[in-house]
Design a protein around this ligand. Sequence first.
Ligand SMILES: Nc1ncnc2c1ncn2[C@@H]1O[C@H](COP(=O)(O)OP(=O)(O)OP(=O)(O)O)[C@@H](O)[C@H]1O
Length: 236
Amino acid sequence: MPSSIMPIRICDLRLTKGERAVLGGVDLTIDKSGITVIMGPNGAGKTLLLRCLHGLIRPDQGQITLGHLRVADSRDQQAMVFQQPVLLRRTALQNLAFAAPVIAKSRPQRLIEALESVHLADRAHQPARMLSGGEQQRLALARALLGKPALLLLDEATASLDPASVLVIESLVKAQSAQGTKVILVSHDQGQARRLADDVVFMSDGQVAEQSPANQFFASPRTPVAKAYLAGEILL
Ligand SMILES: Nc1ncnc2c1ncn2[C@@H]1O[C@H](COP(=O)(O)OP(=O)(O)OP(=O)(O)O)[C@@H](O)[C@H]1O
């Protein structure tokens, strides 16, 4: 698995919306493989940061490098799964084929295997948009993994799924990480973060408040804001 996108360096990333600095100078280096979970209260800037990393938003200021690559040059090594899956008005199988035309032509069996990996082989010929929310999200993950991305970004990808779908997605993400894909995942689910995270980045108010190994973060968060968040106190 290629690791040419490491380390990921984010330097003084700034983004203003209206009058508000929604990213207020994010500095972050991610240099370890495995799964990084980004946590933080609503509005902290987690989604915006992920979108900047994936090249969907251009920041007003600051730099992101992935290994020696800039974001635009790393796009074909990345995949992102969103909270609301964006699927074409085609069958489940056709959604995969459209995303990976070369594989569809040369090794079509891989598309079936991808559906099997998310327990959707029996839905191959159903319209993707008629699948349940959890099934759509599993399909979106299968599609994201087809290209064997070096970097997988997940933005609250399991937020509205039932426990079985959550487990399917978590086990696939873990397996993918074990194969060398760097995973960065945004989640409010502390159980999920504890199950998956190797390290945690905690964001607050458009900045990184804390970055720690997962065990350390959950045992003794360093910042009052992270302590309050983990204790379930409302932070507005
Ligand atoms: N297009 C936009 N225009 C104006 N403000 C925006 C826009 N996109 C995001 N914001 C604001 O930027 C802030 C950070 O948004 P972001 O979606 O990154 O938060 P988040 O940490 O992912 O929150 P949540 O946990 O609720 O998903 C929020 O206050 C949001 O309202």
